[in-house]
Design a protein around this ligand. Sequence first.
Ligand SMILES: [Zn+2]
Length: 179
Amino acid sequence: MISRSPAPPPSQVGKVQEAATHAGGVDPCPAGWPRPRHDGLPVPWVTPVDRGCAHWALLHGERLRRCQEEWLCQVCGLPLPERAYVLADADGELTTSAAMHRRCTLLALTVCPGLPPDLLLAAVSRDDLLGDGVPLDERALSTWKSWSLTPGALAATTTVRADTVAISTAPDPTDGGSD
Ligand SMILES: [Zn+2]
């Protein structure tokens, strides 16, 4: 007989993953590229993975906090350039309160089944973002904040459709553009 301990409650999944990793286990969802896969899909760094199960609808709170504090990519967990990307829904609300590399944004647009079809894409620096409604600063965070775009950054977004990946026509300051 194989006994299985019960799954942790949703709010604890990230903590369980972190504790197992700290206890000398292998991080099931490490930072880096390419991404590990579960259910045939690449798993973002901020998606909790526990006992071989990716919790797609949940966010790893501690990793999201680190993405915000250290300007890390939510998809691969690696450091971001000064300008990176965020995705927002048609109302301007960010799909996740963390930024991404260009390649990671393309990956999300291509394969992430949870994204709404019509999206706004913004190329942002930290100055273009608000955390719980106030400008980001360099202070340490005790927990992650809800990010939003400044009015100027919201006005400069590009409309993309997740199924057509129109990002390829969008200007890309992180690729060293002409301006
Ligand atoms: Zn990335």
